[in-house]
Design a protein around this ligand. Structure first.
Ligand code: ZN
Length: 526
């Protein structure tokens, strides 16, 4: 938005009436009043030296309608002339200066330098981290309000390259949205920013240069899954083609190895399992090292979190594979913070776990024990809405894990639209049905469109109930890119979400708390 003097003068007039405006700008002590509620996010008000920072709510003239709407501006109030590094509209005060600053990239960067809690950091020593993957840039406040009451550390900016492409955003925008959310909510704890599922050295460098602090290395293109299904002769023949000295190193290391886990379980390699594991994962480990080294070029070791993800493959990660990957990483001196195995069963997007929960419990116990043995954490991807396995994750890791959610917050956004703007929801839903096949190529889902109730048979008031059903959830879940890219529907959607942002924020807060409770995350102070 452009900031005209009229908007600023209007805000100052209302602030004076509310008693929060004085000779040197915002009167911090008064910002907790009821009257201030419509003018400033009270938790955002912060002092740095003699300068006061606050997230302001300014009347939004460009939007009309029954719902009062506002836009956000950064307000900086300083005695003298110490507003270096920020851009915006300056106003001379009788004592000092005020700057009304747009939520621009330059201002987000300046804020990260000035108020360090608005910048992400490495989280290696945090027991529980929760990736939120806000695709729309507006879920952050809801996530923070939920997590404020729990012993959990948010990874607010978490986006894969695929998500960037589908939403038309870049890493700068993703990071800035998180910074503004942190500032708005006055969250001063540590938080992370995850360049999710990065496959190339170039993307690792890009994410870290912009200020991300967490890299999820995706080595799936180098995992040779064909050897998981190959018969023994084929595996041993292929293994013989590996250089003799490399084979010797591997056999000398792994064949005598017998790792005893704290669960009492022992892991040993037979010759065949070793050959198979090496064939499937050796190239992937070499690629992980390339990605890691690209990261170390930009940020020092330990200054960023490095997760190794092997989850995007067809076959579940075996205990031997987990062990092999972890031990090779150690040998190559990669500091791995977390490993994301592919678990048994199906972790489809936005719906509950599909599979045998007892089998999940049994195999997850081994992964959790391996993680303890090596000192990294288990990472659970596609973690949205997996309520039937969350208690197992919380229990068996002893409260040390990383989890990634993303799409479920987009579903909460669509549910908010369904509740408040049924006509718009119907248009979005119809477009999703039309474009489902196009969207499907990006995702592994078993959606049956015949099971999605027909819109003609649903009353407006019942539209939100669509989000209780698996097939309609997935229909909306995977078509987000198609809907957001639509020249007409995309802006309508964002506009509607803007109008109902507080309702959206509450929905995200509630849904996130549901995740935390189910995972057994302790409340702060307990
Ligand atoms: Zn993943």
């Amino acid at each position: 938005m452009s900031i005209d003097m009229q908007t600023i003068e209007g805000w100052i007039a209302r602030a004076s009436e509310a008693g929060i405006w004085g000779e040197d700008g915002l009167i911090q002590a008064e910002t907790g009043s009821d009257k201030a509620e419509a003018l400033v996010y009270r938790r955002s008000v912060k002092q740095s030296g003699k300068t006061t920072f606050a997230m302001l709510k300014v009347a939004d003239a460009s939007r009309e309608g029954p719902v009062f709407s506002w836009d956000r501006l950064l307000g900086i109030f300083a005695p003298g002339d110490v507003l270096k590094g920020f851009e915006g509209q300056a106003v001379e005060l009788s004592r000092g200066k005020a700057l009304f600053a747009p939520l621009s990239h330059a201002n987000a960067e300046a804020l990260r330098r000035t108020l360090p809690f608005t910048a992400p950091s490495a989280l290696a020593d945090q027991p529980i981290t929760f990736g939120t993957g806000d695709r729309l840039g507006s879920a952050g406040p809801g996530h923070l309000r939920a997590m404020a009451g729990y012993r959990v550390c948010p990874v607010l900016a978490q986006q894969s390259v695929r998500e960037l492409e589908l939403t038309g955003r870049d890493y700068g925008q993703v990071l800035d949205a998180a910074t503004w959310a942190v500032f708005q909510e006055g969250y001063e704890g540590p938080w992370g920013a995850d360049g999710d599922h990065l496959k190339s050295e170039e993307w690792v460098r890009t994410a870290l240069q912009i200020g991300f602090t967490f890299i999820t290395a995706d080595v799936s293109d180098y995992i040779r899954n064909e050897y998981a299904a190959a018969d023994e002769d084929e595996v041993l023949a292929a293994y013989e083609r590996i250089r003799a000295e490399e084979r010797k190193r591997i056999e000398d290391t792994y064949l005598p190895l017998a790792i005893e886990l704290d669960t009492g379980e022992r892991i040993r390699f037979t010759r065949e399992i070793l050959a198979r594991t090496v064939l499937i994962y050796a190239e992937a480990i070499r690629h992980a090292l390339r990605l890691y080294r690209a990261g170390v070029e930009i940020k020092a070791e330990g200054a960023f979190d490095f997760e190794l993800s092997v989850d995007e493959t067809e076959t579940p990660t075996t205990p031997e594979a987990h062990l092999f990957v972890a031990l090779e990483a150690q040998r190559l001196e990669m500091k791995i913070g977390s490993i994301a195995p592919r678990f048994v069963g199906e972790f489809q997007k936005g719906i509950d776990y599909i599979g045998d929960t007892e089998e999940f419990r049994r195999t997850f116990a081994t992964h959790a024990a391996l993680a303890r043995h090596f000192g990294h954490r288990v990472s659970v991807h596609s973690g949205s809405d997996k309520f039937s396995v969350f208690p197992i994750v919380g229990e068996l890791t002893g409260g040390r894990f990383h989890i990634k959610t993303a799409g479920t917050h987009w579903l909460e956004a669509m549910k908010t639209i369904a509740a408040h703007e049924p006509q718009l929801y119907r248009r979005l839903h119809r477009a999703a049905l039309e474009r489902f096949e196009a969207a499907r190529r990006y995702y592994v889902v078993t959606t049956d469109l015949d099971k999605v109730p027909s819109l003609d048979e649903i009353a407006d008031a019942d539209l939100p109930s669509l989000f209780e059903k698996r097939d309609s959830r997935q229909l909306i879940h995977i078509t987000y890119g198609e809907l957001l890219k639509d020249e007409e529907l995309g802006p309508c959607f964002y506009d509607a979400l803007h109008r109902h942002r507080e309702a959206y924020c509450s929905a995200v807060e509630l849904h996130t708390k549901h995740h935390l409770e189910s995972l057994g995350v302790l409340r702060s102070g307990s």
